[in-house]
Design a protein around this ligand. Structure first.
Ligand code: PMP
Length: 357
């Protein structure tokens, strides 16, 4: 509980559980005068062990098959928008993209510098079934955003398609199991569901290696990074430590199944308030594609949005403003969010609707 400061529902960065914060603090300031993680050389055995254990834990949690490599990279998910075409096109130009909202559009825009992105489907309130995508089988890959953080729209399952499926999972990695029979590459910046900014986890099938454009910078080359165990240059040591502690915390909670149950329960609590509000709160996303992680909604009377945000803030419920492009309200329910926070928010929302409606 955080009674003094309240609760944050920020979409940009997820909260870390108190147990994880304490473990990170201890690694920064070891009580017995040991070496602080903040100055641990990446060349040391201790760092290698840390990275190996982090990868092993991630593999256990997601049941990652042996033919997949795990890379620990920098530059955020945004850098991957460029690294994907640089590494995967293999001399071709055609790459397929599904436009589901804000973040997929950012990926498409960036890919346009290196590729001919072909938009094979667009989501408007619901994600078209893959049978209805205009997918050219010659595309080097097909990119999706599994959870649209700004729009509150989420794939309910990974599509089965005949070209390598590449998925931005920055806002839902480790909130549900992953089907590796369908996925060729998945990536996520870690600041929302597994740690702090500065680390991007990338999981890719080994047969996708060896296709990088010759001008690809070495630190951005998946093959070079895979060969160097993600240590072409200095890796993000501190963010890896945080991910290590958070992944082990997730494992102690019961793994991905427990995270999936929690996000299901928490989002159901928020959607129940919307659906029971008699139209006071509005969400126009098809039920199957409502985000379990970032429920978004508008107040039917949009003139009440600022009043809602002010009153929430006074009640200790912070960072609820929707993405600037969509407006309205957004609730982010990353792995570190607590049930008490969601209960407090749901209670506040019902009361606000009762008194203002
Ligand atoms: N993709 C998605 C789905 C996101 O939610 C975000 C961040 N909000 C990004 C990409 C961009 O991540 P970064 O800021 O780490 O580049």
């Amino acid at each position: 509980p955080q009674p003094a400061t309240g609760y944050s529902f920020s979409a940009a960065s997820g909260p870390l559980p108190a147990e994880v914060r304490a473990a990170v603090a201890e690694a920064c300031m070891p009580p017995n005068g040991g070496r602080s993680i903040l100055s641990l050389p990446f060349t040391s055995d201790a760092y290698r062990r840390l990275q190996d254990e982090t990868e092993a834990c991630l593999r256990r949690l997601l049941d990652i098959p042996d033919e997949f490599r795990v890379l620990f990279l920098q530059g955020g998910a945004t850098l991957q928008f460029a690294m994907l075409p640089l590494n995967l096109l293999g001399g071709a130009r055609l790459a397929a993209y599904v436009d589901t909202g804000h973040w997929s559009r950012r990926a498409i825009e960036e890919a346009g510098r290196y590729a001919d992105p072909d938009i094979v489907a667009r989501a408007v309130g619901h994600i078209p079934h893959e049978h209805d995508w205009q997918l050219d089988p010659r595309a080097a890959y097909c990119h999706i955003t599994t959870n649209e953080t700004a729009d509150g729209l989420q794939f309910d399952r990974l599509p089965a398609i005949p070209v390598p499926l590449v998925a931005d999972m920055s806002s839902d990695l480790l909130t549900r199991p992953l089907d590796f029979t369908r996925l060729a590459l998945g990536y996520a910046a870690t600041q929302k569901t597994i740690g702090v900014p500065g680390l991007t986890v990338l999981i890719l099938r080994a047969d996708l290696l060896g296709r990088a454009h010759p001008a690809t910078p070495r630190a951005m080359n998946y093959t070079a990074q895979a060969e160097a165990a993600s240590r072409v240059n200095t890796p993000p040591v501190f963010p890896v430590l945080v991910a290590h502690r958070m992944l082990h915390w997730i494992e102690r909670q019961g793994g991905v199944a427990a995270m999936a149950a929690a996000v299901e329960r928490r989002s159901a609590a928020v959607y129940a308030v919307l659906d029971d509000s008699g139209g006071f709160y509005r969400n126009t996303i098809a039920r199957a594609h409502r985000s379990r992680v970032n429920p978004c909604f508008h107040l039917a009377d949009q003139g009440l949005t600022e009043r809602f945000l002010d009153a929430a803030q006074r009640a200790g419920l912070h960072d609820l403003r929707g993405h600037p492009r969509t407006g309205g309200i957004r609730v982010s329910l990353y792995n570190g969010v607590e049930d008490e926070a969601v209960a407090a928010l749901a209670g506040f929302m019902r009361e606000f609707a009762r008194t203002q409606g």
